[in-house]
Design a protein around this ligand. Structure first.
Ligand SMILES: C[S@@+](CC[C@H](N)C(=O)[O-])C[C@H]1O[C@@H](n2cnc3c(N)ncnc32)[C@H](O)[C@@H]1O
Length: 290
């Protein structure tokens, strides 16, 4: 499956993170600034019509994910992270400095991985145990397949987290579910294995046509099948459980307002953003190390 059209959206997210103080300037570019400026009128419209802009939602998911990662490192012994579809994510850059014992592997399609490698090398951005490698989540074999990538770059004896941020809504459920099943299987081989991802719930009522238009536009721009897979938290739970993750927690941004500066819905309604935290089943013979 050719999903390279999605790469352009990473420019916008990268700019959002920088503008909001979450990233370094070298992850931005003239193109990302241009795209960010171009989308400001629709962002204002989105906030006026829906009470929440795309930028708000990107910040919600990123802040909640960062918070959960910190917790896993500090409280659960997480010491190895694979961030798939990393785009211009600043996490590898920031976390590999903050936690020098942490192994951080970033992965993306070959062009994006090469770009990120160049950026990090030019700006002395690599941490002590940090690398960027090419991958394609739909590839089944070497050199780009998940199984090959995980076997080659990860230490099987470390508690491990796989992250995908801003990726899964670009694919049909029937295409992305096999990827989740493969991840659940791979993660069960580590002493502990977590998967952190995000999704946007399909809205009902007045928000549905507005968001539907946004989804249609994004599908055209990215040449992908952007779609909102779930209506309720229970659907998320069921889907990930069927893929082999017995422990599934869909986090709502509103539940973190006490700890994090998450932008909230102007109307007081709940955000459709969910950060989904899954833990894999341990294979027999493995024991928790935390
Ligand atoms: C929407 S961006 C998300 C990037 C970043 N995580 C973020 O939140 O901005 C999607 C990223 O997925 C990458 N991507 C698209 N298809 C992929 C695939 N089949 N395997 C791995 N990465 C892929 C793109 O190159 C792009 O960097």
């Amino acid at each position: 499956m050719d999903s390279s059209g999605i790469s352009v959206t990473a420019l916008f997210t990268g700019q959002v993170w920088y503008v909001n103080g979450l990233s370094a300037r070298f992850f931005t570019s003239a193109r990302s600034r241009w795209l960010y400026g171009l989308l400001q009128p629709s962002e204002r419209l989105g906030r006026a019509l829906l009470g929440l802009s795309v930028e708000d939602m990107l910040l919600q998911r990123h802040l909640v994910m960062d918070h959960r990662i910190d917790r896993l490192v500090r409280e659960q012994g997480l010491s190895q992270i694979l961030e798939i579809a990393c785009g211009y994510s600043p996490r590898g850059y920031k976390l590999s400095r903050k936690y020098p014992g942490l192994r951080y592997v970033e992965a993306d399609l070959p062009d994006m991985a090469a770009r990120k490698n160049r950026l990090l090398a030019r700006h002395h951005g690599f941490g002590p145990d940090h690398q960027v490698v090419p991958c394609d989540i739909f590839a089944q074999r070497a050199p780009l397949g998940l199984e090959h990538l995980m076997a080659e770059t990860l230490d099987p004896d470390r508690p491990t987290l796989v992250i995908t941020e801003g990726l899964v809504n670009y694919f049909r459920l029937r295409d992305i579910r096999p990827v989740w099943s493969r991840l659940a299987m791979q993660l069960s081989r580590f002493p502990r294995g977590w998967y952190l991802t995000d999704t946007v719930l399909a809205p009902g009522g007045l928000a549905a046509p507005v968001l539907g238009l946004g989804v249609h536009t994004l599908s055209l721009v990215t040449r992908a099948h952007v779609n909102l897979h779930f209506r309720r938290d229970e659907d998320i739970q069921t889907s990930f459980t069927h893929c082999g993750f017995p422990h599934v927690r869909p986090h709502r941004p509103e539940d973190f307002v006490e700890q994090l500066p998450v932008p909230l819905h102007a109307t007081g309604r709940h955000s459709p953003v969910r950060v989904v935290e899954c833990e894999a089943q341990l294979q027999p013979g493995k024991t928790h190390q935390s």
